[in-house]
Ligand binder design. Structure first.
Ligand SMILES: Cc1cc2nc3c(=O)[nH]c(=O)nc-3n(C[C@H](O)[C@H](O)[C@H](O)COP(=O)(O)O)c2cc1C
Length: 220
């Protein structure tokens, strides 16, 4: 992995053995803005640990501008607008909703970090998903889930259905942290070794789609 650089292009060396060896080709590549969305807001949540882990993996990719979206920072009421976001002709007025909508709109893709609550997703996450429409569309989404026996598999199945309705592109590979508490060591540090491979596969799939859809959204 390359180290992160704060620019929108990078340099690649030309093939070895030619007089062009010293020269460089500039490839214009727009950064992909990927948001890691935490699906739990409760005190003592586990969500921070896998959230920080996947965020740090994203930050190692120099084509990515990665950021965390913590729903604690967007205290949105339970959805109570007079029209659905898909048919709203004016922005909703609640400041937290407006700020959240703006964050989602600037993204090229998402990783949702979610626990499983009663075999589904947390209400706070569903509420946040419901508040936005256009901002989710034509963008890829991947999931890092955790729980006891299934590692949040049922939450991810729900999220895939919801994401499709929001016209997102769910990627195939997810990370599932089964028996999540067993991956916290005595110092409280998340032991991520078992998930590095599936995390890399998730990122590969997400960024493949993010690049393609970023280009496609510009022209259609
Ligand atoms: C309301 C509620 C329902 C839960 N239901 C499930 C469940 O269906 N499956 C599961 O594996 N864990 C379940 N759990 C346990 C959670 O996996 C565990 O509390 C986890 O820490 C929640 O994530 P968080 O700490 O990031 O909020 C539930 C927890 C809560 C609070």
């Amino acid at each position: 992995m390359r180290s992160p650089v704060p620019c929108s292009f990078f340099l690649e060396p030309t093939p070895l053995g030619s007089s062009l060896q010293e020269k460089y080709v500039v490839q214009s590549r727009v950064m992909m803005n990927i948001k890691v969305l935490l699906g739990s807001t409760r005190p003592n949540r586990f969500a921070d640990k896998p959230g920080e882990w996947i965020l740090s993996k994203l930050q190692q990719n120099r084509e990515v501008s990665a950021g965390l979206v913590d729903l604690r920072d967007y205290p949105m009421p339970f959805f109570n607008e007079p029209v659905s976001p898909s048919s709203a002709t004016e922005p909703f007025t609640n400041p937290a909703v407006q700020a959240f909508t703006k964050k989602i709109e600037e993204a090229d893709g998402f990783i949702i970090v979610t626990p499983e609550y009663n075999h589904g997703i947390p209400a706070v996450l569903k509420n946040a998903l419901d508040y936005v429409y256009q901002g989710w569309q034509k963008k890829p989404v991947a999931y890092v889930a955790y729980g006891w026996t299934t590692g949040g598999a049922r939450a991810v199945q729900q999220l895939k259905h919801i994401s499709l309705e929001l016209q997102m592109v769910p990627v195939h590979r997810s990370v599932h942290i089964v028996n999540f508490k067993s991956f916290i060591d005595t110092s409280g540090v998340f032991q991520s070794e078992s998930f590095e491979k599936s995390g890399d596969q998730l990122l590969e799939q997400l960024l493949w789609w993010a690049r393609i859809l970023q280009d496609a959204r510009k022209t259609t």
